[in-house]
Design a protein around this ligand. Structure first.
Ligand SMILES: C[S@@+](CC[C@H](N)C(=O)[O-])C[C@H]1O[C@@H](n2cnc3c(N)ncnc32)[C@H](O)[C@@H]1O
Length: 252
């Protein structure tokens, strides 16, 4: 029997082709490129739950040694396909947060995985243990506050009030719900695991407040939106209200 993610790979492909997904990968790509530039050349990078490689492949294209770890062989096949299309190599390993590899890495990514996992500090501790001194961890997940604002603008105040107090978050692409991973809880878990916070970024901040999704398919409008997202991403207070948060953490 396939897992939830393998079953929904076609829906994921459709999602990643949308303007709003392209914004997410473009702005996260900018953040990661800057982090890599400040860390050095030919970095060893591990993407935990890296799925179809959309964050990992651009890093391999920059000349880094990238490994994508994921429980789904089907998603990893997509990662290899994306890498081949880009003319680069990524190593793929079947596995996940319960069977992480030994050793340490210059940069570890774990994007949109924590919310599918049980609450508690174990996953962030395990990820932090993979980061070499001076190395970094990029954690990313859906921002519960951003979801409240999206409900407000798309469905109105009653729906926003329900979202605010809901225990769980819906996922559209995977037809399930997940726990809420709050920014400040992730910060506390990372600090307890010995990491310092370098930066907090928000993603799809303006996009989330614009309910006319059709307009985003117009190239000129899309470019304006992407430019605004690039400008807002690292700035407070906007970095706390987007669809997603991204924490850049460092082991001293
Ligand atoms: C929403 S996708 C995100 C993929 C990618 N990180 C991204 O942001 O584009 C979630 C990914 O987590 C993977 N996953 C599920 N359970 C996992 C676990 N226990 N450890 C690591 N990854 C897991 C899934 O197979 C899937 O590729």
């Amino acid at each position: 029997m396939n897992d939830l993610f393998t079953d929904h790979l076609a829906a994921w492909r459709a999602y990643t082709a949308t303007p709003w997904a392209r914004i997410r990968y473009a702005v996260v790509g900018d953040v990661l490129r800057r982090e890599c530039d400040s860390l050095g050349e030919r970095l060893r990078i591990l993407d935990v739950g890296g799925g179809d490689g959309l964050d990992a492949v651009p890093l391999a294209a920059l000349g880094h040694d990238v490994t994508v770890l994921d429980p789904s062989a089907a998603w990893l096949a997509e990662a290899r396909r994306h890498a081949a299309e880009a003319g680069v190599d990524v190593a793929t390993v079947v596995g996940g947060l319960d069977d992480l590899p030994d050793g340490t890495w210059d940069l570890v990514l774990c994007h949109f995985v924590l919310r599918y996992r049980p609450a508690g500090p174990g996953d962030v501790e395990a990820l932090a243990a993979l980061v070499r001194p001076g190395g970094r961890l990029s954690l990313m997940d859906v921002n519960p506050a951003g979801r409240v604002l999206r409900k407000l603008v798309s469905e109105g105040p009653a729906a926003a009030s329900v979202e605010l107090v809901a225990d769980r978050l819906e996922t559209v692409t995977f037809g399930t719900d997940t726990r809420k991973v709050e920014i400040d809880d992730a910060v506390a878990e990372a600090q307890d695991a010995g990491l310092d916070v370098r930066a907090l970024y928000g993603h799809r901040i303006a996009n989330h407040l614009l309910v006319d999704d059709e307009a985003k398919r117009d190239q000129e409008y899309f470019e304006q939106l992407l430019s605004l997202e690039r400008d807002l991403s690292g700035r407070a207070p906007f970095n706390r209200i987007g669809m997603a948060w991204q924490l850049l953490l460092e082991r001293p």
